[in-house]
Design a protein around this ligand. Structure first.
Ligand code: SF4
Length: 375
């Protein structure tokens, strides 16, 4: 297992690589989980599963995956769909940029590849949103290409197998590429991921049940729970936002489409405006700026005309943690009116299900509906 030009890669004695592959693939054949995408050979369907599974648990993905394939059974159907239809099907799965990029990718496959996914790692990498991991997974699983696919689970297993405290991307790529079974690359990559998800878990790995335990350096050294070294995450910044829930005299609320490319791009939300400071549970004054005033400004900037005679009413603060941001939404119920426009709609709260709202906005909508129902 030598790799000229790639320093610091571990070398296993001849014959050991084959023994490791055989042991893990045998285990995979006996114990693999029965997951819907494992019954698929269609590259598009495998691609969808790999995008959905990024940063998301298998149990969460399964119902989304099934529904997605009912709505968009092939590349053509996805390419034909509107952005709203795509985001609605993804609603609740998080990391919405994945859905937008998958949608763009389907259009590129239709236009540049006659509707067929390209069958090499390099060509797959050229599709929107297809990074190293996704290209490796699709190329190996759908097309039998002997390329690695390194996700968080694989990183952990390899770091432990070789007792490497701080594996770099280059190290991981090199080691993973050396280990791929050329006869069953897709199964091999899935077997490694499966081992990380079910046996070689972040805490308390079950070494006694592990197919590769005889060759595991961390197990021998007793360092398995310390590999790879955990990176301490920095505290994420807090962002406080005033949110305008503007209701007209027909009980419709104003929703605006968020700009493409920004946070939650393409989804629909209530107009919002940033507040200074890190939030006030009362929801009335944040960082010296009255929430009501900021929400009124957000409403006006979104095209609403506010009407007097009805007191603004603060709704409960909603918190939502993104990977890079701790957002605190301070919603205020306001009375107003206005007209529909391409990127803004007046929608009865009970009929918002045809527009995709982010999780926090959906909570605000529910709180607003409860207040309006109770009047
Ligand atoms: Fe992970 Fe333990 Fe298996 Fe090593 S022996 S790969 S630490 S489960």
């Amino acid at each position: 297992m030598s790799r000229s030009g790639a320093p610091d890669l571990p070398a296993l004695p001849p014959g050991v690589v084959e023994a490791v592959r055989r042991a893990l693939l045998d285990h995979y054949d006996r114990a693999r989980r029965d997951l819907p995408w494992r019954h698929e050979s269609d590259p598009y369907r495998i691609w969808v599963s790999e995008v959905m599974l990024q940063q998301t648990r298998v149990e969460t993905v399964i119902p989304y995956y099934r529904r997605w394939l009912e709505l968009f059974p092939d590349v053509e159907a996805l390419a034909e769909a509107t952005r709203d239809e795509v985001l609605l099907a993804w609603q609740g799965l998080g990391y919405y940029r994945r859905a937008a990029r998958l949608h763009e990718g389907a259009r590129v496959v239709r236009e540049r590849h006659a509707g067929e996914l390209p069958d090499t790692y390099e060509a797959l990498r050229g599709l929107p949103g297809v990074g190293e991991y996704t290209a490796g997974a699709v190329a190996s699983i759908a097309f039998g290409r002997a390329v690695p696919a390194v996700d968080g689970n694989v990183k952990r297993v390899l770091a432990r197998l070789f007792d490497e405290a701080a594996p770099t991307a280059v190290w991981l790529r090199g080691v993973a590429a050396d280990l791929v079974d050329p006869g069953r690359p897709g199964d091999w990559n899935q077997a490694l991921m499966e081992l990380g998800a079910t046996v070689c878990t972040p805490r308390a790995p079950v070494c006694a049940a592990c197919a590769v335990a005889p060759w595991c350096a961390a197990r021998r050294a007793g360092t398995q729970e310390e590999r790879p070294t955990r990176v301490r995450h920095r505290a994420v910044p807090v962002a406080s936002l005033a949110v305008a829930v503007v209701v007209d005299d027909r009980d419709r609320v104003l929703l605006v489409r968020r700009p493409e490319g920004g946070l939650l791009g393409g989804l629909w939300s209530f107009p919002e405006a940033p507040l200074d400071g890190d939030g006030d549970p009362g929801g009335e004054v944040v960082g010296g700026v009255p929430t009501t005033e900021a929400s009124r400004r957000a409403a006006r900037e979104a095209g609403a005309t506010l009407v007097g005679g009805v007191s603004p009413r603060p709704l409960p603060v909603v918190r939502h943690r993104f990977t890079h941001l701790d957002a605190r939404y301070h919603p205020v119920l306001l009375a107003g009116r206005g007209a529909d426009h391409e990127n803004r709609r007046w929608v009865p709260l009970a009929r918002r299900e045809h527009l995709a709202l982010p999780v926090a906005q959906e909570k605000i909508a529910r709180a607003a509906a409860a207040v309006l129902d109770g009047r």
